[in-house]
Design a protein around this ligand. Structure first.
Ligand code: HXC
Length: 262
């Protein structure tokens, strides 16, 4: 990537996997305004203007944190009028428009906004050092980047309530058991495994991957009837793509498909 950043690192490999690393390890990768602006801008660039990048991995620098939350030092003196009129933290919502899959490789603390950022991603892989939590209540606020909504959908009302009302953290094994993360991996293997997973997805037809992602997200956002209708339309529309012809011909001809991503 040609864009230059101060608080994140960005790279795209030959397999079509982009890795964005939040790079403020001295502050446990706390999410200040610059990190928000850079992560959002990099994701939008990779999504819209980088056809060879097919999947985006988000992780944190160092071995302690994915992100220990929104930057409390930056936030501490903000008043209500400023929070409201500046739509504080609303920039993160832009990530909802990213059509390429986002994988969170959670390598340590994912607290507050860090847990919420991981939950904005489509898949969460957790290292055995990961800790998830919504400690906002201990700071006199509530989650404000989707935590009450996405956590409740991911782990159910009672467990979400416990976490949000007490600020208690859960470890990686517990996070997987609750359905918050897919897998626990040894810390040293986390990024390699995330790259492998991303690489497998990157081999698929990019427009079909985008459709599949959108359908699963609709399941979280809408009722079953609308979701089933939406899925059927997206399924039918796959038959307009050359990749559907390629995928099915390859199966019939007993060979590996070569998707043209169109
Ligand atoms: C700013 C942070 C930070 C944060 C850690 N640091 N978390 N700075 N914002 N969220 C800084 C510390 O101040 C310290 O800087 C350095 O990172 C190392 O942190 P320590 O506390 O010394 O590390 P440790 O003792 O290992 O404790 C780790 C920790 C603790 C348990 C993760 O740092 C912690 O509780 N952090 C805050 C977690 C949190 O409450 N997150 C939610 C934030 S609110 P110095 O300069 O002292 O070395 C939020 C949502 C906002 O995210 C509401 C709406 C979205």
């Amino acid at each position: 990537m040609r864009q230059s950043f101060t608080s994140i690192r960005a790279e795209v490999d030959d397999a079509g996997v982009a890795v964005l690393t939040i790079d403020r390890p001295q502050a446990l990768n706390a999410l200040n305004a610059t990190v928000m602006q850079e992560v959002v801008s990099a994701c939008l660039f990779l999504d819209r203007n980088h056809p060879t990048a097919k999947v985006i991995i988000l992780t944190g620098a160092g071995d302690k944190a994915f992100a220990a939350g929104v930057d409390i030092k930056e936030m501490a003196a903000v008043g209500y009028a400023e929070a409201y009129t500046s739509s504080m933290l609303n920039g993160w919502e832009t990530l909802r428009s990213v059509r390429k899959p986002l994988i969170a490789a959670v390598n340590g603390y994912a607290l507050g906004g860090g847990c919420e950022l991981a939950m904005m991603c489509d898949i969460i892989l957790a290292s055995d050092k990961a800790q998830f939590g919504q400690p906002e209540i201990t700071l006199g606020v509530i989650p404000g980047m989707g935590g009450t909504q996405r956590l409740a959908r991911a782990v159910g009302k009672s467990r979400a309530m416990e976490m949000v009302l007490t600020g208690a953290r859960v470890n990686a094994t517990e996070a997987v058991r609750m359905g918050l993360a897919s897998r626990v991996l040894p810390a040293a293997e986390l990024l390699d495994e995330a790259r492998k997973l991303a690489g497998r997805i990157a081999e698929m037809s990019a427009p079909v991957v985008a459709k599949a992602k959108e359908c699963v997200l609709v399941a979280q956002e809408q009722g079953l009837n609308e979701g089933l209708r939406f899925e059927k339309r997206e399924f039918w529309s796959c038959f307009a793509l050359s990749d559907q012809k390629e995928g099915m011909s390859a199966f019939v001809q007993k060979r590996k498909p070569e998707f043209k991503h169109m």
